[in-house]
Design a protein around this ligand. Sequence first.
Ligand code: ATP
Length: 231
Amino acid sequence: MLEVRDIETFYGETQALFGTSLRVGEAEVVSLLGANGAGKTTTIRSILGLTPPRRGQIHFDGQDITKHPTHRISAMGIGWVPDDRRVFPTLTVARNLQIGMRKTRFRSWQVSEMFSIFSALEHLMPRECENLSGGEMQMVAISRALLGSPGLVLLDEPSQGLAPKIVQDVLSTVRRLKAEGISVLIVEQNALAALEVSDRAYVMDRGRIVHEGPARALLDDSCRRQRLIGM
Ligand code: ATP
């Protein structure tokens, strides 16, 4: 579904990624872990064309998207849930969701289906997003990404700032996406939570992938986990 091959990404003259490679298969959930500044968000920004790599290739759904502009990449079916959610604060929840609606070759979602995933969402529809809690905003951000009919969803720090109960809701949503055939790449500081719902995991350090393997193996091997991600 997604293949990132040997990418090198820069901010001006500062190199942030040094030959990063990863792949996410169909209906596969993959965690991208690592300390602050390891290059996780830069990898997501590279995939989305927000900070395109200077070298290497990115393929999605059989096409080379390395040089595509962001709007084309989204239109092909890559959904994004940014770490700061980025909902439009002065618009209502309903309007924010409407803005996200798009048809792709992947499964389309109805707003009513979002209500069955997030039961609290329906009564929030008329509310302006600036009045929502962090958890409510996350529901809007995930629903908006799904209404864009993605084949792959990039989740950047989905549990950041959320109460444990809401983190569990987000994790159940990830399982639901997988069951629906959607691929998910999760960038997460809360590594244990991400590993619980992931098939495979990558660990980054200073712009390089330093580990790749089944998520279960990292969950079961606390020594290795401690060495790689410090928890
Ligand atoms: P975090 O969990 O803190 O978001 P991360 O693993 O996502 O960390 P990145 O944000 O991708 O890491 O940062 C990778 C490297 O790129 C870091 O050295 C960081 O300082 C640098 N970097 C990130 N954004 C910029 C920017 N806009 N300009 C210059 N350097 C940047």
